[in-house]
Design a protein around this ligand. Structure first.
Ligand code: SAM
Ligand code: SF4
Length: 478
């Protein structure tokens, strides 16, 4: 699979990715499937023969963005007969209804049906309009393996280790759009990572909706240790974790596995036990905080980030104050915070009248207060690094200033710096400035990346980009 020659590209595709890292990874797999079907990526939708919208349904706003993007792509379709498909969570949620609602849409493809993309394109080519959104049996599900050649030149890569979610958080649509949990066997995960390292990848982020409940032949902590044993792999991260399923074994891995970076994204959602119970999160804030303290005892410099929902039905001012108290206690390095959005099929939507809807203006005011305070904390945390020399894994040119380089600290902070370190190098950077979004500094020295073997003659040296993405690297979700 990794070295087979693809047919000469005769058609062009453009994939617009919304939402989380799972979608980024799915888009990369779809791009690889399309390359085998004779498509190549184009940087603009304007000359694409196929446009895919890989969608997110986590909040209403995410869904609205998909519909507005579809409206824009309609013009291209009308002009040049481009095929339009919707994949991902909105596809799974809406199924055939989306074809009725969007008459110019050619097909709808659920996340479990990615491997069927060629078959669907064939039917569409023959004049069909269809929705393929069935679930695959857990036993039959085969995780598509990443083609290392399409990652050549990348420093960091997402690696899917499980899919779906067996939790029943009352606000969350994921179990309905991604189905039951299925874990990928550790041998497959390790083999994929070894292939990625062979083309120069130095950091992997193991991804799944709830990686803590991974069960692919070993525990998640064991998986981390097996991945750390891949020669040449320098950094490991993972996301996302449910606090209830966080084991002492995984906590210990942070202290014991040098490749596991000291950054943990541990979504708490609320600091009020009443709200947490209504959210069906299966922990109290005290239990959550005890885990944080234990982690910090093991790894004192551990960077912690989290997700918080404000304006959950029934959330009182006193409940919100408890959330504010929790963020003071934990002092997160960063937070992803959202206003509650009612989602179809969830249990919260059935109870929200009874619990009491929080007026939108109240939710906005709470969100603003929370984010303002968190910005202050993040700046304080980041400023502690000013004047210090930090290790940065270089990813390439800075996005905002092409004369600078960009990389990430061990704690996952973005660093823009003056220097000459190539992508894949470890640079020592003296930090001079700190903002909420990034650190700035100057390179002191760097260790160049190892020399990577050239691609085998038959392999495609093809990058996956462009896959238009709306989620920042490392973010919980859009
Ligand atoms: N599995 C992770 C966990 O257990 O916390 C969360 C993954 S979810 C895709 C990412 C984040 O989106 C959640 O942590 C939550 O904060 C937010 N989210 C999910 N559903 C939401 C909703 N209905 N309204 C607002 N935010 C929501
Ligand atoms: Fe959604 Fe995460 Fe809860 Fe699963 S654990 S239902 S993905 S919030």
């Amino acid at each position: 699979m990794t070295t087979e020659a693809a047919p000469a590209a005769t058609k062009k595709h453009f994939i617009h990715t919304f939402g989380c890292q799972m979608n980024e990874s799915d888009s990369a797999r779809m791009a690889e499937i399309l390359a085998r079907e004779g498509y190549e990526a184009t940087p603009t939708p304007d000359d694409a023969d196929l446009i895919l919208l890989n969608t997110c349904a986590i909040r209403e706003k995410a869904e609205a963005k998909v519909l507005s993007a579809l409206g824009r792509y309609r013009l291209i379709r009308n002009q040049r007969g481009t095929r339009l498909g919707v994949t991902g969570c909105v596809a799974q949620q809406e199924k055939e209804k989306l074809l009725q609602r969007v008459p110019y849409l050619d097909f709808v493809l659920g996340p479990d049906q990615i491997a069927n993309l060629p078959g669907v394109l064939e039917k569409v080519g023959a004049g069909g309009r269809l929705a393929e959104t069935g679930w695959m049996d857990s036993e039959e599900y085969v995780f598509p393996r990443a083609d290392p050649e399409s990652h050549r030149g990348q420093v960091s890569a997402f690696v899917t280790v499980m899919k779906g979610c067996d939790n029943v958080c009352s606000f969350c649509v994921v179990p309905h759009t991604r189905g039951r949990e299925v874990s990928r066997h550790f041998t497959d995960v390790v083999a994929e990572i070894a292939g990625l390292v062979g083309v120069g990848v130095r950091e992997v982020t193991l991804i799944g909706q709830n990686v803590n409940s991974y069960a692919g032949g070993c525990t998640f902590a064991e998986l981390v240790r097996r991945v750390a044993a891949v020669p040449g792999l320098e950094r490991i991260r993972f996301t996302t974790s449910h606090p209830h399923d966080l084991t002492p074994e995984l906590m210990a891995a942070f202290a014991e596995v040098p490749q596991l970076m000291p950054h943990f994204h541990l979504p708490v959602q609320s600091g009020s036990n009443t709200v947490l119970e209504r959210m069906r999160r299966k922990y109290t804030w005290e239990e959550y905080f005890a885990k944080v303290e234990r982690l910090r005892a093991l790894v004192p410099d551990l960077a912690l980030t989290s997700d918080i929902i404000v304006g959950f039905p029934g959330e009182t001012e006193a409940d919100f104050e408890l959330t504010m108290e929790l963020i003071e206690r934990v002092r997160y390095d960063n937070l992803y915070s959202f206003i509650y959005s009612a989602r179809p099929h969830t249990s919260a939507i059935r109870h929200e009248e009874a619990w009491g809807l929080v007026p939108y203006e109240t939710a906005v005011a709470r969100l603003e207060r929370l984010q303002k305070r968190q910005r202050e904390i993040t700046i304080e945390v980041n400023r502690r690094l000013v004047g210090r020399d930090v290790e940065v894994l270089v990813e390439g040119a800075s996005r905002n200033d092409a004369t600078k380089r960009m990389g990430r600290t061990r704690y996952n902070q973005v660093v823009n710096f003056t220097g000459a370190a190539p992508a894949g190098a470890f640079a020592t950077v003296r930090i001079a400035t700190a903002s909420v979004a990034a650190l700035g500094g100057e390179e002191m020295s760097h260790l160049p990346p190892p020399i990577v073997a050239p691609p085998p003659p038959a392999a495609r040296a093809k990058t996956l980009l462009p896959i238009v993405s709306q989620s920042p690297h490392g973010a919980s979700c859009d």
